[in-house]
Design a protein around this ligand. Structure first.
Ligand SMILES: *Cc1c(COP(=O)(O)O)cnc(C)c1O
Length: 354
């Protein structure tokens, strides 16, 4: 891609973060989630690193992603979190040896009778997320219909990133009610729940975001959890201009220089996955110093106040997030979550692995 912004991904940090999950969920198996191109980090590279480092299984959203992992030579168990959408996908998944989530009646109807096409199934229960899954009270009946192909029962939390939300306990109660009639290994915990709810780790945990070095919690940083940043987004400074007090910077002329100041123009913008809604003051790392974003984010450029780093030159690289600047800070300044920033930046750049 002909862009100046570059994404580097530190696979050692990814493996380190898996080891942090391992140290928290000691009794559990780990299904490492690599959907959405491993949250923008590159699905095959991330899956390879995670399985090398001992992940017990991988999670993808779609059958096509699981097939791509198999084609890349990944042999670990793979669960398709959204299951198959039609019979053809069931056949594909069986051939590729993928495990399928079953969350809806139509997926049972599409299961073939053939002995040769028998994917392993994870039964999904909706305990309060309101998205995919059967009601807890029919769990026993559905598990019986699925028979021995059904190996695991699972659910998903809506508010695990807010541990004090009462819905969490309600979901655990409903899941336990469903499990009363289904004696199968169980799985409920995403990243936040792994750390926040020891009693909801069950048999399989399903970390995603923490593997990529972001904290799911508002009041605990990634560093507090022992996590390392995996993706770093950098871009060069392509101009430094000295503006006078009162001059405006960028679209809308919203920002007016409060004093005479050097303004750095960095060659990355929303076309690179940098959030357009990043507010003035969002930190950008220049020469190891956090300098504030000023003005609106453009398509291919952002502007920063360089007053604090007078030695900076054109051509120097700025870090937009990653090593030295947590992606969670940038997300918090942009009213979004790190998940979105990582997915978007990864989708727009050629990734360099270190
Ligand atoms: C995406 C996903 C996860 C991982 O969630 P994180 O918050 O990134 O840890 C786990 N389980 C399911 C069903 C998911 O869709």
């Amino acid at each position: 891609m002909n862009r100046h912004a570059s994404v580097s991904v530190d696979l050692k940090a990814l493996k380190h973060n898996l080891s942090i999950v391992r140290s928290v969920a000691r009794q559990q198996k780990i299904l490492a989630v690599v959907k959405a191109d491993a949250y923008g980090h590159g699905m095959v590279e991330a899956a390879t690193a995670l399985t090398d480092a001992g992940a017990d299984a991988l999670g993808v959203a779609f059958v096509s992603e699981g097939v791509a992992l198999r084609e890349a030579g990944i042999e670990a168990p793979i669960l398709v979190l959204e299951g198959a959408r039609h019979e053809l996908e069931v056949a594909w998944a069986s051939k590729a040896g993928l495990m399928l989530t079953v969350h809806h009646e139509y997926q049972i109807r599409d299961l073939p009778d053939s002995l040769f096409l028998r994917p392993e199934l994870w039964l999904k229960i909706d305990t309060g997320m309101g998205r995919l899954g059967f009601k807890p009270k029919v769990a026993g009946q559905i598990a019986a219909r699925l028979g021995t192909r059904c190996t695991t029962i699972m659910t998903h939390f809506a508010c695990a990133d807010m541990p004090e939300d009462p819905l969490n306990d309600v979901q655990i109660q409903r899941f336990d009610e469903a499990r009363r009639n289904v004696s199968l290994p169980s799985s409920a915990a995403n990243s936040a729940a792994i750390f926040a709810f020891p009693h909801a780790r069950y048999d399989w945990v399903r970390p995603g975001i923490v593997l990529y070095g972001s904290s799911p919690f508002r009041d605990e940083s990634a560093a507090d959890l022992g996590l390392l940043p995996v993706m770093t987004l950098r871009a060069p400074i392509v101009a430094i201009n000295h503006h006078r007090k009162g001059e405006s910077i960028g679209y809308g002329a919203d920002f007016r220089c409060p004093a005479d100041m050097p303004v750095g123009v960095i060659a990355a913008g929303y076309a690179d996955g940098y959030p357009r809604h990043a507010s003035p003051g969002t930190p950008v790392l220049v020469a190891g110093v956090e300098v504030p974003l000023i003005g609106r984010v453009s398509m291919d450029m952002i502007t920063v106040d360089l007053s604090e780093v007078p030695e900076t030159s054109i051509g120097d690289l700025a870090t937009l997030w990653g090593e030295g600047l947590p992606v969670d800070y940038v997300a918090a300044h942009s009213s979004t979550i790190a998940y979105e920033l990582l997915c978007n930046a990864g989708a727009h750049a050629d990734i360099e692995y270190v």
